[in-house]
Design a protein around this ligand. Structure first.
Ligand code: PGA
Length: 267
């Protein structure tokens, strides 16, 4: 267990209208008020509900993040949202390179790198998603795919910048499928992510991989979260399905709080 930040992030994807989003955020605020050692909680609703969620969480420690952004500041890019627009709302986090964006919207390792650079240059914390497909896992390509995704995402970045990112390991085959990656295996890949980042900054003698939070995502639910968060290299969860109901999400936050308490007791 380390003193790295524990983060429980909810990726609401293309769910919730404004009213539903407000209600869910209100419930999460109300049901987490009394929790001791609250982890960092980030709610990522669709763009259209961000303002409602921001007003629901105002005055609470709960944060809001975006699910995506363009890497450019402004211009003729119909349909896109810029980092400046997110900053304008007061958003601090943005998910970058989610596998659904890679799969359905043509995002590549190169575009992920542009977005990560842009987010950091604007003071936003990117939650950078990496993970292998089922085909890649079946062909024993997990490690090489994850290493390549990390290397590309961080290309041309200095260690001082990389220290500010969050990585989420999300095996594509475990997202929204109910197929959870074994906790030990998720922890192994989280460790691989750390050594990959450490290797990138070896010349600077900086173990950046040891300080960045690495989350696990893919069918995280109340019944499996504790086992994941008990392992050394998993610092939190990026949650899809189970983030859409307070009854499912609040227990995940409580599991995160347990991890924080344990780390504090050992500090
Ligand atoms: P899931 O999604 O929890 O529904 O598997 C995770 C994600 O896509 O971030």
């Amino acid at each position: 267990m380390s003193n790295r930040k524990t983060i429980i992030a909810g990726n609401w994807k293309m769910h919730k209208n404004r009213q539903e989003a407000k209600e869910l955020a209100n419930q999460i605020v109300a049901q987490t008020k009394e929790i001791k050692d609250l982890p960092e909680v980030v709610l990522c609703p669709p763009f259209t509900a961000l303002v409602d969620v921001l007003s629901a969480i105002e005055g609470s420690p709960i944060k809001a993040g975006a699910q995506n952004m363009d890497h450019r500041d402004s211009g003729a890019y119909t349909g896109e949202i810029s980092p400046l627009m997110l900053k304008d709302l007061g958003i601090k986090h943005v998910i970058i390179g989610h596998s659904e964006r890679r799969q359905f919207f043509g995002e590549t390792n190169a575009s992920v790198n542009l977005k990560v650079k842009s987010a950091l240059s604007h003071g936003l914390t990117p939650i950078v998603c990496v993970g292998e497909s089922l085909d890649e896992r079946d062909n024993s390509l997990t490690d090489s795919v994850v290493r390549r995704q990390i290397g590309s995402a961080l290309q041309d970045l200095k260690w001082e910048e990389v220290e500010k990112i969050v990585v989420a390991y999300e095996p594509v085959w475990a997202i929204g499928t109910g197929k959870n990656c074994e906790a030990q295996e998720a922890n192994r890949v989280a460790g691989l992510i750390r050594t990959t980042v450490n290797d990138l900054y070896k010349a600077d003698s900086k173990k950046v991989g040891d300080v960045i939070p690495v989350l696990y995502g893919g069918s995280v639910k109340p019944s499996n979260v504790e086992e994941q968060l008990a392992l050394a290299d998993i610092d939190g969860s990026l949650v899809g399905g189970a983030s859409l109901k307070a009854d499912d999400f609040v227990p995940l936050i409580k599991a995160g709080a347990k991890r924080v308490s344990l780390a504090l007791s050992k500090a």
